[in-house]
Write a protein that binds this ligand. Structure first.
Ligand code: PEP
Ligand code: MN
Length: 368
């Protein structure tokens, strides 16, 4: 059972205290409080866990802090959409809205290599009106002898440069809970010039201990990559792990499935699942065309496969695009062959805007 409190209810409001006293006295029923920061207001949701069938919805609805009560299914309890409910989607982080209606591009380096390349990347983003980026510091690699990322040594200059170029959110993969502390310390040391979205890579989608660590903190939102060899349901449950621990600021990212049937692409592109994830859950949905397609091949129409895949995801309603760029792909330490060039950003953006506008018009045609 889900209780939605009146907007902006504070922990020290008498109505909140009275409501909590009642809930705490319910035998055999645990509760979990989730706070969702929206642009205008703070929403508090309380999940009752246990045998809630015996509870009367009408009675709970009379509690002073409660606005409404929704009976929810067992699956995707926090992040799911539930019948007859009109729950908010997404969240606001560092002044940027992430919902099932918003759209943001996260172009950037697959892996940070040096300050010069980071700065060149960020400058071109600012010149093109962008406020988000991706930067890999901790790289999970197939081969133990491959470059593993510069780790926390690069964080101070990445964050300082991000601030210098007006970047509000940096998507950054973490592979261990210690990385959250390293990121937090580096942000603190540099005066929090930017924000970070913690990325969980496809190799870690079901690393439940990592999910729990990221779920336990609410400072940083999470970008969860779909597991490349598990079902959609399993990946959505992984997202729910984050939320069940208390962090419901989660974006779900499609990045292609590992299958030889995707060849010559690196993975089998799965962007038809964008509307499916939006229907089943309240998470904003991201696509990663770079790791899906994995090449810079160009079709006879002069459009790169990676741009075609991007368009396919956006036309289906994607809320975010994570894409690899690099100032000098041949010298990139990770995934150079799939990186777009900085001079390709304006065309890429023009394409993205055209398709996004078309998606919004599609909604109107269908009565949305
Ligand atoms: C990445 O985005 O850098 C990455 C490693 O992606 P994935 O986990 O989807 O392979
Ligand atoms: Mn990569």
């Amino acid at each position: 059972m889900l209780l939605i409190l009146h907007p902006n209810t504070k922990d020290d409001d008498p109505s909140y205290k009275e409501t909590m006293t009642f809930l705490q006295a319910l035998p055999g029923i645990a509760h979990r409080v989730h706070k969702v920061q929206g642009q205008q207001q703070q929403l508090t949701e309380i999940y009752l866990i246990g045998d809630t069938h015996t509870l009367e919805k009408d009675q709970i609805e009379t509690l002073p802090a409660v606005e409404r009560v929704v009976r929810i299914a067992d699956e995707y309890r926090v992040l799911g959409r539930h019948k007859d409910s009109d729950l908010v989607t997404g969240f606001t982080y560092n002044g940027v809205d992430f919902t099932q209606d918003s759209f943001h591009l996260f172009a950037g380096l697959c892996a940070v290599d040096n300050p010069k390349h980071v700065e060149e990347m960020l400058r071109v983003l600012q010149d093109n009106g962008q406020q988000c980026t991706r930067m890999g510091a901790y790289k999970p690699r197939t081969n133990p002898y491959s470059f593993q990322g510069h780790g926390d040594s690069c964080l101070p200059y990445v964050f300082e440069l991000a601030g210098k170029y007006g970047i509000k959110v940096v998507a950054m993969e973490v592979t261990h809970e210690a990385h959250i502390e390293e990121i937090d310390a580096a942000l603190e040391q540099t005066g929090r010039p930017t924000g970070v979205m913690l990325q969980i890579g496809t190799r870690n989608t079901q690393n439940f201990e990592l999910l729990k660590s990221i779920g336990k903190q609410q400072t940083y939102p999470a970008l969860l990559k779909r597991g490349f060899g598990i079902t959609l349901n399993e990946s959505l449950n992984a997202a729910e792990y984050l939320a069940s621990e208390g962090n419901s600021q989660v974006i779900f990212c499609l990045r292609g499935m590992k299958s030889s049937f995707g060849a010559p692409h690196r993975n089998m592109v799965d962007f038809t699942h964008v509307p499916v994830v939006k229907r089943l859950t309240r998470m904003p949905v991201c696509i990663d065309p770079s790791h899906s397609v994995g090449t810079r091949e160009v079709a006879p129409d002069n459009i790169m496969d990676v741009a075609h895949a991007t368009a396919q995801g956006i036309i289906a309603g994607a809320n975010m695009v994570l894409v690899d760029f690099h100032p000098d792909p041949p010298t990139a330490l990770v995934d150079g062959p799939q990186a777009l060039l900085l001079e390709e950003l304006p065309a890429f953006l023009a394409d993205v805007r055209l398709v996004r506008e078309t998606y919004l018009k599609r909604g109107a045609i269908w009565g949305g």
